[in-house]
Design a protein around this ligand. Sequence first.
Ligand code: SF4
Ligand code: SF4
Length: 350
Amino acid sequence: MEPLLKGPIPAERAATCDRCAMLPSGDAPVDRSEFFSASTKCCTYLPELANFLVGRVLTDDDLEAAAGRATVEARIDKKVGVSPLGLHRTPVYSLMYRSSPASFGRAVSMRCPHYVVDGGRCGVWRHRESTCATWFCKYGRGETGRAFWQRLHDTLGACEGAVRLHCLMELGLDVRSLAALHPTQAVANASARPGNLGAPDLDGEFVPAAYRAAWGAWEGREREFFSSCAEIANALDWPEVLALGGARLEVLVALLLDAYKKLVGDEVPARVRRRRLNVVYASPESVQVVGYSPMDALRVPKELVDVLHCFDGRPTAAALAGISEVHGLDVEPGVVRKLVDFGILSAEED
Ligand code: SF4
Ligand code: SF4
């Protein structure tokens, strides 16, 4: 992203992954539904690893990468959800993931196979895919940060999609394999219908005929194929990736650049209005308010909560002057920006 954004991406320091911010602190009894499990953190997710990312994991001979590499080898050996496009989420996993949002961050049975339990870290971190590279439980700029990372996710996902197809063509995958990987829309729609899981899907087994159709002449040389994809992808520069992504990627890049400008900008909206407060905890000094995300409540001093009603859509400068005059409280414009970022105030359209 460096040549594209022409500036650094601010680090997300509130998501303290080494000491996960979503785990309860101390031994006091807590409502488990508000926290993640120490056995999973947020890695209750099965990533789709594009072919060139699989190849990068396989060819990463750093000792520290060995544990993660073994998990990718195991997925390849199993042949379930393994195609020249990469490693896929299995239908059963997708079904469970969609049906149980409350288990996110909590269900050990949903834990990513690349999660290294000893040390609680990602085994494929250097080569992780777009979702894993852009998801945080908390964002320094709240909703503005989340919007930026979502745009980055979309852009990286489109790049991954374009580059993995490019790899297929560069490696001369034959047309029967291409057809197996890209069935006609009617067939794709039929197989995507609910209730269409077969016994092999449920039992976590691969289907030899389908596997053979997808791999064609490359069957038995899957590792060589993935490593070659990594070589092809590693040689690409940004203008080449952009060209591969076509008009769709151009649109996503335009949206990303706009989100980046907002992320690193310090503009304060000209008019703001108080939103309905969702208070989850109150003490005599402060209240904890959930705005843009239940995972990222904001602690707001009580004296600030008491003047929020002054943000009623009038110009922000007038509201701040009124608060100072009537309530004797000087509120910095940066505080207004933070309250907007965290969904406590909303920006009014002019
Ligand atoms: S992003 Fe995930 S690992 Fe990092 S602090 Fe948040 S929940 Fe924990
Ligand atoms: S690939 Fe890494 S970051 Fe992504 S879910 Fe798995 S362990 Fe977590």
